[in-house]
Write a protein that binds this ligand. Structure first.
Ligand code: URA
Ligand code: SF4
Length: 215
């Protein structure tokens, strides 16, 4: 991305963040302290999409700053990525009361902000963290079946992964998410080399790593 394009993209992301900060499109605005629009460089090649702000995120207005965030940073560090290098957002931008799951109407109400962020960033790879984020791209998938696989959706690679908060407390998910993260560097470097658009088809299968070079 050249400098001029990057400045424009930054301005658009800032505009979206301003709109989110005063948004009243769904009930979640009543209980928020600070909205959490998401953060990261406008030219990030990779975008992580979580579920929604928790307690600490709501206090600080920043995504993934609590225990799940610390773990996400560790997962990134293992593949030599710093969190400041990637865009991190959520499917809902305001904290659901008591960290309950987001409701369907809240997901719909908030959807446009995330869509605009994706359009602006145009990331090579989107990593969804958890079920709600996965469902936006793969509405019929089961996370236990598809985690760590990549899907080419509208020309972009989408890789569903378990949510770090869930993995923190469940050893089997922890093993999975850590293994899935190790696949990311190769996915990122290969993404974008191929223009064939196959909607909702696995682009590769993690159980057959030799296929990685095929897409
Ligand atoms: N969990 C999420 O899904 N998103 C955050 O921003 C923080 C925790
Ligand atoms: Fe608006 Fe999204 Fe917050 Fe609902 S969750 S008030 S749609 S920014």
């Amino acid at each position: 991305m050249d400098e001029e394009k990057k400045r424009l993209a930054e301005a658009t992301l800032a505009q979206i963040a301003r709109e989110v900060s005063v948004c009243q499109r769904c009930m979640l605005h009543h209980s928020r302290k600070l909205a959490v629009p998401g953060e990261g460089p406008a030219d990030s090649e990779i975008m992580f999409i979580g579920e929604g702000p928790g307690f600490h995120e709501n206090e600080q207005g920043r995504p993934f700053v609590g225990a799940a965030g610390k773990y996400l940073e560790e997962l990134l560090a293992k593949i030599n990525i710093q969190r400041t290098e990637v865009f991190i957002g959520n499917v809902v931008k305001c904290r659901p009361p008591n960290n309950r799951d987001p409701l369907p109407d809240e997901l719909v109400a908030c959807s446009d902000y995330l869509e605009r962020q994706i359009q602006v960033l145009n990331p090579k790879v989107i990593v969804t963290l958890g079920r709600y984020s996965m469902a936006r791209f793969l509405p019929n998938a089961k996370i236990s079946d598809v985690h760590g696989q990549s899907f080419r959706i509208k020309g972009r690679l989408v890789v569903p992964m378990f949510h770090p908060a869930a993995a923190l407390h469940q050893p089997s998910l922890k093993i999975s998410v850590e293994r899935d993260f190790t696949l990311l560097p190769e996915l990122i470097s290969n993404a974008g080399k191929h223009s064939i658009v196959e909607e909702e088809k696995p682009a590769e299968n993690k159980s057959e790593p030799t296929q990685l070079s095929l897409f």
